[in-house]
Ligand binder design. Sequence first.
Ligand SMILES: C[S@@+](CC[C@H](N)C(=O)[O-])C[C@H]1O[C@@H](n2cnc3c(N)ncnc32)[C@H](O)[C@@H]1O
Length: 307
Amino acid sequence: MYTSVMKIDSGSPTTIAQALSWCSQRLESSAVYFGHGTDNAWDEAVQMVLSVAQLPADAGDGVLPQVFSPQMMDRLEALLQQRIAERVPLPYLLGRAWFAGLEFRCDERAIIPRSPMAELIEQGFQPWYAGPAPERVLDLCCGGGCIGLATAYHQAQSHVDLLDIDVDALALARENAAALGLAERCRVLQSDLFEAVEGERYDLILCNPPYVDAQDLAAMPAEYHAEPALALGSGADGLHLTRQILARAGQYLRPHGLLIMEVGYTWPTLERAYPNVPFTWIEFARGGDGVFAMTRQEWQDYSESWR
Ligand SMILES: C[S@@+](CC[C@H](N)C(=O)[O-])C[C@H]1O[C@@H](n2cnc3c(N)ncnc32)[C@H](O)[C@@H]1O
């Protein structure tokens, strides 16, 4: 979409096309970091301009000649000011983010949805999950609920438990569950890891825990500091929570159950920490890495490693 970039030489934009080109150049020439749902200036410009013009995110090329009014320009300037000067990530400015084909409310109460797991959810966790249609799913460390709620949406027979330790994130997850019409099949519970679901068994456990190590946490681009610190940092080597989750996850899986867990860039650290475990790393067509799949049986087979 919007592949033909129209350049403007001077003056304020007067059409959507000119606003897009101008906005993208402003972002390009700034120090902003792209990593919260978009990875380039053009895609952010598209989202900003369409939002300001109150057009749908999937509006086609047909809107390019439409008028971009002076009032819209003022609003765009204000957004750019917050994005460039204050380094606020775009989804927080727009109040929404897209994940697995769904729109989620998004604000500073929870991390911005961006897990590559979206692709797995859309593909029904194939070819990794071999059990019957998942009835019970756990989203551990759910934040604003994107992983668990998207799974509930795409697996209409499922009941999903969403757990997080952070009450603010849980409030956002509840709002998202209601907005998506999924509240009846989703329980949103405060829990320190598995605490609130002792004795429960799941077909699928999906988990995107915090995994940034202490050194990297301090050095991250300004945009990441707008997100809850609790959602990012996980001890000196980034594996503090991952170790605890691995030690217990199998106890909460049905015999045919599957754990899918994201550890992002800490995957080599994880492999060094568990040299006897042959982790199965998932490849993504749309990009991203550091997500592994582990069956209940595999977890059992390597139980010595989790001690
Ligand atoms: C990386 S975010 C993931 C959020 C969401 N699943 C997503 O993919 O966008 C990690 C989440 O783990 C939560 N968390 C941190 N420590 C936790 C703990 N001990 N028990 C449960 N949740 C925890 C944080 O509050 C945060 O919402």
